[in-house]
Design a protein around this ligand. Structure first.
Ligand code: C2O
Ligand code: CU
Ligand code: CU
Length: 542
């Protein structure tokens, strides 16, 4: 069956009949899911171009972002309702533009809400005062506007922006609202010159997201209570909103800025040529470049996290394509039994059948942890290229660890289908945690064994991971020799994945230039968890 043309797709649809498309792609085309499905990757990877989706534009030049309902061909040939951040710059209409900035830039823009529901833009990873952070407290209704004015104070890194209204952030991000904000500085310029990197050509943003489609092939977001409990899992993985994408490359070094923009899914990322995994270099994390590149063969990326990597295609043999893939892993969703009763909590009904993970997902959804190819990289040419990965990249701010007992935050659920943190659930009017502006603290994030992996995101401050304990074996296997830390834990983070049973100690420095009390959030970035209350307000007291 040929799904690559509109006619082929519609024929396929006719075959699907009233059962709908949900799961259709994967159920009826096993080759689609198989690791060697080379021929299936026939859609050119969408990249930031001169106009349209992801176009790179200087953030200072963007004066207005209209949050709009548009039509967009997510699957080729099938216009789908799609929500986008629309900016008009220099007479061009841009969708989810890639905003470029340098530290010190002043950004001033107006968001206009053209949705039929409230929204607000959050600048994920940036240090902002509470008003410019953009969370539910500041959401505006249909037709209304919100003015942002802030200075970029953070390190060069790949940040992103996405919706953050109360209770419906997951749906809004899912329907298309997400863009990158790339901050560059002198270290970045040195690296780009050393390796001859250009954004959109050899420095490639990769936004990985999963989606499901209705019987017409249109993007659909309908979740049962069980699915809200586990988080959304789709039937197809898109990279840069491209299904089954390929990318034509040369035999040289590429930089991939990878964002896991999925609502809830994790990936175990590797580059493979046939059955051989290629080494790659991890060079940066949520908060920018590491001090030195780290050679790795795989990395786990939780929702909202970013990994900046270098892949040297000179290490590939011959012209066989290289695949960015997600390797199999245990998603540890079945850990959601209650520690005391041994029973699954209400809302996490374990269905019949052999696969406890699949029980939570929509029919046809790819189970979390499934091995699958994500992007096919074709090696098309072998230009003269002699550059080598530099041994130094940048300097990280000094790690200052607070003395004394950590603040303990335990991730769990109430046995009734609600995730929580220290038993708290989100209440817009409460800030159960107060920290002193300028203080250093250690937080101990402990995930119950009866749980699932939670990507914990803290607004307002980037942090450092100082220790991982009791990690599951598959995580421990990737750890460096330092305190059980993963390679990406050696960088600045704004989101850290905490596995069932694991304890993760992080160091925070609550220094910032804002006077007056500031209220922020920390939450699970499994967006369905965030929307159902796994989020806490905290106050930074001036
Ligand atoms: Cu990326 Cu509170 O979110
Ligand atoms: Cu954030
Ligand atoms: Cu969670």
């Amino acid at each position: 069956m040929n799904l690559t043309t509109r006619r082929g797709f519609l024929a396929a649809l006719a075959g699907a009949g009233a059962a709908g498309l949900s799961g259709f792609l994967w159920q009826h085309e096993p080759a689609f899911a198989a690791a060697d499905s080379a021929g299936q990757f026939t859609n050119r990877l969408r990249l930031p171009g001169a106009t349209g989706l992801y176009t790179a534009v200087t953030a200072r030049e963007v004066k207005q972002i209209t949050v709009s309902e548009v039509s967009f061909e997510v699957l080729p040939g099938i216009p789908s309702p799609f929500w986008a951040y629309v900016a008009e710059v220099g007479g061009k209409r841009l969708l989810n533009p890639t905003l470029l900035a340098r530290p010190g830039d002043q950004i001033q823009l107006r968001m206009i809400n053209r949705l039929k529901q409230p929204t607000i833009i959050h600048w994920h990873g940036l240090t902002n005062d509470q008003r410019n952070d953009g969370v539910g407290t500041y959401q505006v209704g249909p037709g209304a506007a919100f003015d942002y004015a802030f200075t970029v104070r953070d390190r060069a890194a790949s940040y992103w922006y996405h919706p953050h209204p109360h209770d419906i952030a997951g749906e809004q991000a899912y329907k298309g609202l997400a863009g990158l904000l790339i901050v560059k500085d002198d270290d970045e310029d040195v690296l780009a010159r050393a390796l001859d990197l250009a954004l959109g050509v050899t420095d490639i943003p990769l936004v990985i997201q999963d989606r499901s489609f209705n019987f017409e092939g249109k993007v659909e977001y309908k979740l049962s209570r069980e699915q809200m409990f586990m988080g959304f899992l789709g039937e197809a993985i898109l990279v840069n909103l491209t299904a089954r994408p390929y990318f034509d490359a040369a035999r040289r070094i590429y930089r991939f800025r990878i964002l896991n923009g999925s609502n809830a899914r994790g990936y175990r990322l590797a580059f493979a040529q046939g059955s051989r995994l290629l080494d790659y270099h991890l060079i940066g994390t949520d908060g920018g470049l590491l001090e030195q590149p780290l050679k790795v063969r795989e990395s786990i990326i939780g929702a909202a996290q970013r990994l900046d990597v270098l892949l040297d295609l000179r290490s590939a043999s011959g012209n066989e394509p290289v695949f960015l893939k997600s390797l199999a892993f245990d998603p540890m969703h079945n850990e959601s039994v209650d520690e005391k009763t041994g029973k699954p909590p209400a809302g996490a009904t374990q269905g019949a059948g052999a696969d406890p993970h699949a029980a939570h997902a929509a029919p046809g959804a790819i189970a979390d942890g499934t091995e699958m190819p994500l992007l096919r990289i074709n090696i098309k040419s072998s230009p003269e290229y002699k550059r080598q990965v530099p041994s130094r990249l940048s300097r990280l701010p000094k790690l200052a660890v607070a003395a004394g007992e950590p603040r303990r935050l335990t991730l769990g659920h109430d046995g009734k289908g609600n995730w929580n943190i220290n038993g708290w659930r989100f209440n817009m009017h409460e800030t159960p945690v107060t920290v002193q502006r300028g203080a250093r603290e250690t937080w101990l994030l402990r995930n119950n064994r009866a749980s699932m992996p939670h990507p914990i995101h803290i607004h307002g401050f980037q942090f450092r991971v100082i220790e991982r304990r009791d990690s599951p074996a598959q995580v421990k296997a990737l750890a460096t020799r330092q305190n059980g830390l993963l390679p990406q834990d050696l960088g600045l983070l704004d989101t850290v994945l905490v596995w069932p049973g694991e304890s993760v100690r992080i160091a925070l420095d609550f220094s910032h230039p804002f006077t007056g009390d500031q209220t922020y959030m920390f939450h699970c970035h499994n967006l369905e968890h965030e929307d159902t209350g796994m989020m806490i307000g905290y106050k930074v007291k001036a």
